[in-house]
Design a protein around this ligand. Structure first.
Ligand code: ATP
Ligand code: MG
Length: 139
């Protein structure tokens, strides 16, 4: 284990027509796409996906935002995928993200930060299963 992570291109980046550019960056970064799907989350889907943040003050806004337009859900493979991909996309706040990262280049605010990345191997598996079945994952 330790070689898979889950990502999704968030609604504002999809709406702006940046999905293709972001996917190209991900592939150029050495990540293999195992499965990918464009999907519109319901409010209940977003609440379930972000249940870990239920007690945070931004939970309502976050789940409205994430259910406000289609996202692109992607399962990725690479050695050391979880920590490497978090570094690759940059800090949560695009203004603090390093030069050349996806969030720096495509994020527009702390909330609208273009892309998600799993924060642990355990959560990567949970999040991949939220969107894909085992037979969807093509190595
Ligand atoms: P993600 O889980 O989306 O990869 P992250 O792990 O960097 O991001 P989290 O703390 O898990 O950050 O927050 C989840 C998401 O909630 C952020 O990506 C952002 O869209 C939103 N968010 C985080 N902090 C705030 C905040 N203070 N105000 C509004 N939205 C926030
Ligand atoms: Mg997170």
């Amino acid at each position: 284990m330790g070689n898979r992570t889950y990502t999704m291109i968030k609604p504002e980046a999809v709406a702006a027509g940046n999905s293709g550019k972001i996917i190209a960056r991900i592939e150029d970064g050495g990540y293999k796409i195992l499965a990918m799907r464009k999907v519109q989350l319901s409010k209940a889907d977003a609440e379930a996906f972000y249940a870990v943040h239920k007690e945070r003050p931004f939970y309502g806004e976050l789940t409205d935002y994430m259910s406000g337009g289609p996202i692109v859900a992607i399962a990725l493979e690479k050695d050391n995928a979880v920590p490497d991909f978090r570094q690759f996309i940059g800090a949560t706040n695009p203004q603090e993200a390093e030069e050349g990262t996806i969030r720096k280049d495509f994020g527009t605010s702390l909330q609208e930060n273009a892309i998600h990345a799993s924060d642990s191997d355990e959560n990567a598996e949970i999040e991949i299963k939220f969107f894909f079945s085992v037979r969807d994952l093509v190595g």
